[in-house]
Design a protein around this ligand. Sequence first.
Ligand code: IYR
Length: 230
Amino acid sequence: MFAREHVEYKALDLPDRSDLSDGEMLSESKAFYEKMKRRHTVREYSERPVAREVIEECIRTAGTAPSGANHQPWHFVAISDPAFKKRVREASEEEERKFYEGGAGDEWLKALEPIGTNDHKPHLEEAPWLIVVFSQKWGYFEDGDRFKNYYVPESTGIACGFLLAALHHAGLVSLTHTPNPMKFLTAMLGRPAHEKPIMIIAVGHPRKDASVPSVAKMKKPLNEIMTLAE
Ligand code: IYR
């Protein structure tokens, strides 16, 4: 996609303007908050499958995220193959066993107590899809020359946020999972060595008995997360 002739500045008239009144803006922003606060991280998935096209559209949405120099330094591997999911689960659980047996350190393990997590990760097989997100330290021009990417963690983090919102908007639940360390995913999924796995996102429908830890509903109030300088 990156050919050298595309790397010079050219202005386009702003496409896709929105023209809401102030009142409409307020009600839209409230409605979106009401929607997003209903997103939950879910660990118990039902057997209901999810069409590949839905996953593709959500990843397409993630790909619209802003990024450093518009280099889009990300790649998404979407896995529904049960054998692949099993391999990811087994390798993740192996790392997680070491993490929960003490590798994490006391303070981290204490912080995780209210979340109720442990090294048992059946959802990595039970969820119909796993999306593994990679960031790319560099990209390639069409002629094979390499160029540097910028603000890679920030850009990929924003794309992950878009993806989580898109999945929720599509009526799905998800879980961000970060086996520690997770470099094994690069080779396991056949990605080039310069790509760094950022997270695994399990995606699907919640099981009837799905639950969330009660602390997950405790969000900081606006006055704690926002300072106004008007
Ligand atoms: N990677 C581990 C531990 C973990 C860490 C954080 I920070 C969490 O918010 C939740 C879990 C795991 O996925 O279990």
